[in-house]
Design a protein around this ligand. Sequence first.
Ligand code: ZN
Length: 167
Amino acid sequence: MRTLVLNAGYEPISIVSDRRALVLVLGGKASVLEADETRPLRSMCEDFARPQVILLNRYVRIPMTRQAPVSRKGVLRRDSHRCAYCDAFANTIDHVQPRSRGGRDSWENLVACCLRCNNVKGDRTPEEMGWTLRRRPLPPLPHRWIMRGSERTDAEEWAPYLVPVAA
Ligand SMILES: [Zn+2]
């Protein structure tokens, strides 16, 4: 089983095994916020409630340089597969500022786009189309990426700690 780790400021920063979480708690590095008494972790001489959510006692700085490299998959995930222009299901990505006109492959210039909008827009800018972006494309927050692979939250107990942070 896995444990959600919150930074001292309550931001989710990672997911570790419950054994590792227990080591952090026993070592005085973290406190237990939620625990499951019904399925204890057994050690040689003692049973421990299985930690589900722990809070680090000291703030850990997450280096901002850890920005995820931009990728097609990453852009679709960030935009939840919603077209930046019409909100339909999106399976392609669009350069807001077309590549042929100097638009870069960056988090700020790439958006999820449905096939239809992508074909219609072609090499034009949203301004030329009279279109507006439904949201400003931004790089994902670093801690969101550390959390990747966990779209499915393992435990209901995690939910209150995973309220999305405004991008
Ligand atoms: Zn569209």
